[in-house]
Design a protein around this ligand. Structure first.
Ligand SMILES: C[S@@+](CC[C@H](N)C(=O)[O-])C[C@H]1O[C@@H](n2cnc3c(N)ncnc32)[C@H](O)[C@@H]1O
Length: 291
């Protein structure tokens, strides 16, 4: 048998995600739908297969033989008796979301109960025009999850730290500083500590939940962010994993402010996974307090 390219830490991330699926959808297990990037090994799908009745998966494969990974994925789905409840979309996930179709014009079948954007790369990549297309794709995805059919869903996002020094993050953290200072809280102390922290993970710890909360609120969804996870992935790459539970609240038509407060996002500790063992840590960062 070929050796898995995934680490013990990654397995712990999958286990924590699996626990959350059970906790959030206890009464719908066996009937859920999945959208995501399982890779040809499909370890997440195999671990969670009893929860789901449908899997919509995307795989782009490796140039110039993109078909190889796509083929391996289908063979693995067949071997694990998943093929009858799975559909493979081919191409780049962000393009599939933004265009609504894959490279063969197959339409994306929204909505889904669990979305796992298990990117191997960063979230802040820009295209030739400077557009942060991955952030744009995530926004479109949240907007496309139609509340008529999907009351609540889980969104998992994995990312490495590429482009985590992007001006977008620094500007957003500075906007948050202003918001905190205006509310007579210790915005300067907190944001300076995050911006100057030696680990870039800390900036993403605020930026990503803030981004998801704002987009979700615009679509009338409340968002509950679980503790962000930091771990070393394949080849020692520093990775982060985010888990969000989004629930529709249509009591008003006008978008509301996110229900999750900035202080909740900032004060929550991280979970660091080492050798497969998760441990909560706050990395010496200050908490939000009223001045
Ligand atoms: C990190 S692995 C997924 C691991 C899996 N979710 C698990 O828990 O074991 C990511 C897979 O998605 C593919 N992939 C990564 N980014 C992609 C993108 N933007 N579009 C399409 N496929 C992508 C990679 O080729 C790889 O097979």
């Amino acid at each position: 048998m070929t050796k898995s390219r995934f680490t013990k830490n990654k397995q712990t991330v999958r286990d924590l995600q699996g626990e959350l699926i059970v906790k959030c959808f206890n009464d719908q297990l066996g009937k859920l739908s999945y959208f995501g990037l399982p890779s040809p090994e499909m370890k997440d799908i195999i671990d969670w297969q009893s929860f789901f009745s449908y899997f919509e998966v995307v795989e782009r494969g490796l140039e110039p033989d993109e078909w190889k990974d796509q083929h391996l994925l289908l063979v693995n789905a067949y071997k694990n008796n998943i093929i009858d409840r799975m559909r493979l979309l081919r191409g780049d996930l962000d393009k599939v979301i933004l265009n609504g179709v894959d490279v063969h014009s197959n339409h994306l079948a929204f909505p889904f109960n669990v979305i796992s954007l298990d990117y191997s790369g960063g979230l802040l990549y820009r295209d030739e025009s400077g557009t942060q297309y991955r952030l744009k794709a995530i926004k479109k995805l949240i907007e496309e999850q139609d509340a008529k059919y999907i009351v609540a869903y889980l969104l998992f996002i994995s990312t490495n730290l590429h482009y985590s020094k992007d001006g977008e993050i620094v500007k957003t953290l500075n906007n948050i500083r202003t918001e905190l200072n205006r509310s007579k809280m210790n915005g300067d102390e907190v944001i300076n500590a995050y911006l100057s922290h030696e680990m870039d993970e800390m900036k993403l710890k605020i930026y990503i939940p803030y981004y998801i909360n704002q987009i979700a609120a615009g679509c009338l969804y409340n968002c509950v962010s679980d503790k962000p996870i930091v771990y070393n992935g394949n080849k020692g790459t520093r990775m982060m994993n985010f888990r969000f539970y989004l629930k529709y609240d249509g009591r008003t038509s006008a978008p509301r402010f996110p229900r999750e407060r900035l202080s909740q996002i900032i004060n929550t500790p991280l979970v660091e996974i080492n050798d497969g063992i998760p441990l909560q840590k706050s990395y010496g960062l200050p908490k939000i307090r009223v001045l």
